[in-house]
Ligand binder design. Sequence first.
Ligand SMILES: C[S@@+](CC[C@H](N)C(=O)[O-])C[C@H]1O[C@@H](n2cnc3c(N)ncnc32)[C@H](O)[C@@H]1O
Length: 285
Amino acid sequence: MVPALLKWIGNKQRFASTIIGYMPDTFGDYYEPFLGSGAVLAELINTSENWGVPEFGKAYGSDVLPFLIDVFNIVRDCPDEIISYYKKEIDEYYLRPDEKYLEVRERFNKSFNALDFCVLSRTCYSGVIRFRKKDGYMSTPRGPHKPISPETFGDRVELWHRLLQRAEFTCEGYLAAMDRAKSGDLIYCDPPYTHSQGIIYGAQEFNIDDLFAKIRECKERGVYVMLSINGTRDSKKKDISVTPPEGLFERHLIVNCGTSMIDRLQHSGEEMKDKKVDDQLLLTW
Ligand SMILES: C[S@@+](CC[C@H](N)C(=O)[O-])C[C@H]1O[C@@H](n2cnc3c(N)ncnc32)[C@H](O)[C@@H]1O
């Protein structure tokens, strides 16, 4: 498993291999328009390099957060820059964590620069990147954990640097990114679906029906689309899982966090009763 570069709540690191296991053995280019920490993209490139499958062309990652996209570009093109920045900041953080955290957070909130964003993701509370709705201020408090050492971080950057040579990153909304996919390409979507994620990732407006409409367009021109829906469902209280439009998805899989297994469902919904479902994976083919 490719170790995480950024600490990021809700990342798909643990499920990445399972998700990749459902991709076709061969496809054109790979698009990930809700990139987040890039866990699936990195694991896909690693799997393809190690096992020869899936076989695909380029990997295109995109997200609406510009400083996040900058992190990936820096890791791909100038790894030493981010390694030395992290070392300097974390060495000081180990000595005076509270003061240092506030200093980095203040600086980030003035410049929104990628290097401080990376340090914040590693030091903030549980990797919860939370932005204040009214002014976009990154307001997450410091986490109680010890952030990974500069040596460990450096090793991860070296690994990601190698993997990302095959990738391109763009800061843009998912609609524009998905428009570029051609017949035979594959798109993996992991949108900020649940209520809580609305504020965590910068309070962007997100409407699942717009995404469903775009997925339909892609499917109709021969693009494979995979969609993860984070529908944690409490069988006793509320059901926040979504019902996708009739006929859009050909397969409906459940990723069960408790066992990390996927149950194939014949009739979506029915067998889910009384199960704690963490993630649904929907495929258009
Ligand atoms: C659930 S996270 C993706 C997590 C990712 N799969 C991982 O493993 O880390 C959703 C991402 O979508 C991004 N996002 C939110 N609205 C978006 C939009 N309209 N277009 C593109 N990206 C968006 C957020 O910034 C966030 O990084």
